[in-house]
Write a protein that binds this ligand. Structure first.
Ligand SMILES: *Cc1c(COP(=O)(O)O)cnc(C)c1O
Length: 425
């Protein structure tokens, strides 16, 4: 495998690495770690700390006045995030708001959009759903007095296959849709890296009379989204993965315009969901605005807003279409290198090969070995940070903002060397 080719590709297609804090390598041949875990926690943008410092300074200088008086009054701070965030997910600014964390938002959205009635009680998720989503939907079923084992349907790939087929999802909805209250799938699966056909599944679910929501934790900032045009009912996502907003950062949500201002929609409310113009009249009954802001509950954690604002503005300036193009080139390069490595080793690619059916992440299965042990060796012997999911999956995410072709070359070489040196693992 030609290292020179990797350098040539990097010179021709450089990305935006200079905007991030890279991890220094501890010894070895390379000055920096090759970071492939941006699908888990994105790197810190250089612009984040100065932004955060500005908000700290506003607090120390004017304290309570900051809510109304600062350059960016805290009562409206989330609106600065809503514009660029809406562009990133293909929404109108009134359809998105940043608040809480992902699973909390899923619960708040299910309060509004999971309304089992009569025979229509089921919640459809994917069998490889992220555990938090599994627990959330099961607890929602129980909250409505339903048996989660009967209520939650887990869609599985066909025997011998690793990923779901769109036609199998839509066929289920066509056959059983009259019993389905809610479809809640991951847009990009966290484990396999599969990008589900969001518009096709949304259309099939809605045609069956179900509500269709999406968990976009691994999709946002990774693949282009058009939530409004795709007629998605609701969606939620975190911002610490591809959006690089920091550990436990604030999450986003989307509610389609057709649901905004609907007085019949149930909601768990708090004072921040009261429209701003009357919020501080302290009236006993809330007057929510006809925007996604109505889902806000508590006053916003302003010191957590700056990192999200910095991140979405960065995506806004680079542009998702350009990032997606680089992502397809970079992941395609990693795939070609991995094909050379996996050919005669107990490794196989789990992620779909069609670029239209995946984001940047490639998942590799290690037959008969410990993925956790392999990822430890990659880290400590080669300075390559990938992550493992028990028992046998290694996930590699070349992130188009900051990963390089040379990083991919290092990952492939390290994977081959590690598997060869420790065949038993
Ligand atoms: C990362 C991730 C989560 C994490 O949820 P938090 O509430 O942010 O802890 C949930 N669901 C999916 C699909 C994820 O990828």
């Amino acid at each position: 495998m030609a290292e020179a080719e990797a350098h040539r590709l990097d010179a021709a297609d450089p990305g935006h690495r200079h905007l991030f804090h890279l991890l220094p390598a501890e010894g070895g041949d390379h000055p920096e770690v090759a970071y492939f875990a941006g699908n888990s926690l994105g790197l810190q943008p250089r612009a984040t700390a100065p932004e955060l410092h500005e908000d700290m300074t506003t607090w120390s200088r004017i304290a309570v006045e900051g809510w109304f008086e600062s350059d960016r009054p805290w009562t409206r701070y989330h609106e600065l995030v809503a514009g660029p965030m809406a562009r990133l997910v293909g929404a109108r600014p009134t359809e998105t708001v940043v608040m809480n964390t992902l699973t909390v938002n899923l619960h708040l959205l299910m309060v509004s959009f999971y309304r089992p009635a009569g025979e229509r009680t089921r919640i459809v998720i994917e069998d490889a759903a992220f555990p938090s989503d599994s627990y959330a939907v099961r607890s929602q079923a129980r909250f409505h007095g339903l048996d989660p084992d009967q209520t939650v349907v887990r869609l599985r790939p066909r025997p011998g296959e690793d990923t779901l087929r769109t036609e199998d999802i839509t066929a289920y909805l066509a056959a059983e849709g009259d019993k389905v209250a809610l479809v809640l799938l991951g847009g990009v699966n966290y484990l396999t890296g599969e990008l589900v056909d969001i518009p096709a599944v949304t259309a099939a679910g809605r045609a069956a009379g179900a509500v269709v929501g999406w968990d976009l934790a691994h999709a946002v900032g990774n693949v282009p989204l058009a939530l409004h045009d795709w007629d998605v009912d609701f969606a939620a996502w975190c911002t610490y993965k591809y959006l690089n907003s920091g550990p436990g950062a604030l999450a986003g949500l989307f509610v389609h315009e057709r649901h905004l201002g609907d007085p019949d929609l149930p909601r768990f409310e708090g004072w921040w969901g009261n429209e701003l113009t009357t919020r501080f009249e302290m009236a006993p009954v809330s007057r929510p605005p006809a925007t996604a802001d109505a889902w806000q509950v508590s006053c916003q954690p302003i010191l957590a807003m700056g990192p999200v604002r910095t991140s979405v503005e960065l995506f806004d300036s680079v542009g998702m279409p350009a990032l997606r193009e680089r992502s397809i080139r970079l992941t395609g390069w990693l795939e070609r290198l991995l094909d050379q490595v996996t050919a005669d080793r107990p490794l196989s690619l789990v992620t779909p090969r069609d670029p239209a059916r995946r984001g940047c992440q490639l998942s590799v299965r290690l037959a008969g070995g410990s993925a956790a042990e392999l990822s430890r060796r990659l880290r400590y012997e080669h300075g390559v940070i990938a992550d493992s999911r028990e028992p046998d999956i290694i996930r590699l995410a070349p992130v188009p903002l900051y990963s390089t072709y040379h990083d991919c070359w290092r990952a492939a070489v390290a994977l081959a060397a590690t598997v060869d040196r420790h065949p038993g693992r």
